[in-house]
Design a binder for this molecule. Structure first.
Ligand code: IMP
Ligand code: MG
Length: 189
């Protein structure tokens, strides 16, 4: 399958990136999301949950996950930025949109698209902890453990993937490719 090619200017140099191989298919994602939902429900003992979706990349994963879960689930969104339009983290995490919900004494499930250096979730865990929730559990669709820069406990991982830049299923490169139904690698050139 060949997808679109795009070019942009970086430090005066024209780079182009294109979608490479399918790393995780639509069917594999669907099956894994169902299993994660069962595991989460069992762990939370069917108690009420506040699901906190880390925008923007997690919106598709969260939408699929919540529909596989029963029980009382409130939803809220938080937005942070660390990448700009680069493929490497800048190391600085900025809060772009804070919570609306009150999470004090609540069971919190943070839903993330992908964990790379771990800096985003390290920052978010500290930020959420200040509200004194009953517990915080972290669920990520993808994990690149090779790239970790900080120690982070992750409770639910959909897929452990190698150190490659990926897009699709909500995850972007420079705001593109979120609409791919599967996870694909991207290559330069
Ligand atoms: P971390 O703070 O380095 O763990 O990065 C987490 C965030 O970086 C994720 O929520 C994504 O938005 C973004 N990210 C990390 N790896 C990738 C990737 O391979 N493709 C697209 N975005 C990524
Ligand atoms: Mg993210």
């Amino acid at each position: 399958m060949v997808f679109c090619v795009f070019k942009f200017l970086k430090d005066g140099e024209i780079l182009s990136y294109r979608i490479k191989d399918v790393m995780i298919s639509e069917k594999e994602i669907k099956d894994r999301v169902k299993k994660l939902a069962v595991q989460i429900e069992n762990d939370f003992n069917n108690e009420d949950i506040v699901m906190i979706v880390v925008l923007k990349g997690s919106f598709i994963f969260a939408a699929d996950l919540i529909r596989e879960m029963k029980g009382n689930i409130k939803i809220d969104f938080i937005s942070v930025s660390s990448y700009g339009d680069e493929t490497e983290t800048t190391g600085k995490v900025r809060l772009l949109k804070d919570l609306d919900a009150n999470i004090t004494d609540q069971n919190v499930l943070v839903v993330e698209d992908i964990i790379d250096s771990g800096l985003t979730l390290h920052f978010l865990r500290g930020h959420l902890k200040a509200h004194k929730p009953k517990q915080i559990k972290i669920c990520t669709l993808l994990d690149k453990p090779e790239r970790r820069k900080v120690d982070l406990r992750v409770d639910y991982v959909g897929f452990v993937i190698p150190d490659e830049f990926i897009v699709g299923y909500g995850i972007d490169y420079a705001q593109k490719y979120r609409n791919l139904p599967h996870i694909s690698t991207v290559e330069e050139g």
